[in-house]
Ligand binder design. Structure first.
Ligand code: DAH
Length: 344
């Protein structure tokens, strides 16, 4: 039995000398030392030994096991070190290579326009007010002199949530909220930027959601000429000092008189081109003197104060300013489009 153990040892140590990799090494370990391995197999015969022989053979068995284990451990360490060396070699990082730049975000062109417009009006003493996008029928229509069944409601096809609650179709309801909050005090000078919603089919110039900026001024003796002067100042700061405006009579239920404002066509400078349909003018906003009924809804006495209001579409202002032909570009989140405005 002793000879078999010695033979096993030299066979195992021989094989271990030439073992090629960690997998083969493990196979050898199982083959010689495993529960059903060669060593166990031999030692199973110990039962038939005499009481004197048993400890001697047991001792030899332990020595053989220890000798094989020692070589396996040594080989194992060798393979691990080789593997580490291989990975260090393969995964070398050249720290001198230039890094990949992380693309920084930029402000969306529409938000930029809103900020620009805000800045211009803040410079004229206005403050910025905001109102909810989910609005009541009262603030969105009724208090703006648009009673239920008023035909002018058809101009703004609405997303109703209940009979009395809808997504606001315009920023004009913020006028009423601002007046109520002012509690009869004057002057009021606010602009109100925000999202509005209409049941329009999306195309190059329409979107179910777009942005408006509302303006409202209330005080004693506010006149139409104040409105005109304010808008001219705004347009010249926004588009350049060479720009002119013209007011055309129009109708809005919440203003009387009402006007639509055109600005010199930036494309042709007023000489006429395709963009302005050869008129030299481009419409940019609606405005007028606040209707007495609206003043009353806001808590003011129309015999004591007057006011003007205006409302413009931010997308339209942006299209004109940047010469873009399709409003949908603003919502597509195409970074190729958006990044053009990062540096403007
Ligand atoms: N709310 C109007 C619209 O969405 C725009 C507007 C016109 C606002 C005249 C005003 C105004 O404040 O006076 O079509």
């Amino acid at each position: 039995m002793k000879e078999r153990l010695e033979a096993l040892r030299s066979e195992a140590l021989d094989k271990l000398q030439t073992v090629a990799d960690a997998v083969a090494l493990n196979d050898l370990r199982v083959h010689y030392l495993g529960k059903k391995g060669q060593l166990t197999e031999i030692l199973r015969g110990m039962g038939s030994l005499s009481a004197e022989e048993r400890p001697i053979i047991g001792q030899v068995g332990n020595e053989v096991r220890a000798a094989i284990e020692a070589v396996i451990a040594e080989k194992q360490t060798g393979f691990e070190q080789a593997e580490t060396a291989r990975r260090l070699q393969a995964e070398t990082i050249d720290v001198t290579l230039p890094g990949k730049a992380v693309g920084a975000g930029a402000i969306h062109p529409l938000n930029k326009i809103v900020e620009e417009i805000e800045d211009i009006f803040i410079g004229m003493g206005y403050t910025v007010a905001e109102g909810p996008e989910v609005e009541t029928d009262f603030f969105n229509f009724e208090a703006l002199n648009l009673p239920k069944n008023h035909p002018a409601r058809d101009m703004q096809d609405s997303f109703y949530i209940t009979d009395e609650i809808l997504l606001r179709t315009q920023t004009s309801p913020v006028q009423i909220r601002t007046m109520k909050a002012a509690n009869g005090r004057t002057p009021v000078k606010v602009i109100c930027p925000g999202k509005v919603y209409r049941r329009d089919d999306d195309d190059a110039t329409h979107s179910f959601m777009f942005h408006q900026i509302e303006g409202l001024v209330i005080g004693p003796n506010i006149r139409m000429s104040d409105l005109k002067g304010t808008l001219l100042q705004f347009v010249q700061e926004m588009y350049g000092p060479q720009m002119q405006i013209r007011l055309r009579p129009s109708f809005f239920p919440f203003t009387e008189p009402s006007a639509e404002v055109d600005v010199t066509c930036a494309q042709c400078g007023g000489s006429g081109c395709r963009m302005c349909k050869h008129t030299g003018w481009i419409e940019i906003l609606g405005c007028g003197m606040v209707h007495p009924k609206v003043l009353e809804y806001g808590g003011y006495d129309p015999n004591e104060v007057t006011g003007f209001a205006f409302g413009m579409g931010v997308e339209r202002i942006a299209l004109l300013k940047y010469g873009i032909d399709d409003i949908r570009h603003f919502y597509a989140n195409d970074t190729k489009f958006l990044s053009q405005f990062a540096k403007i």
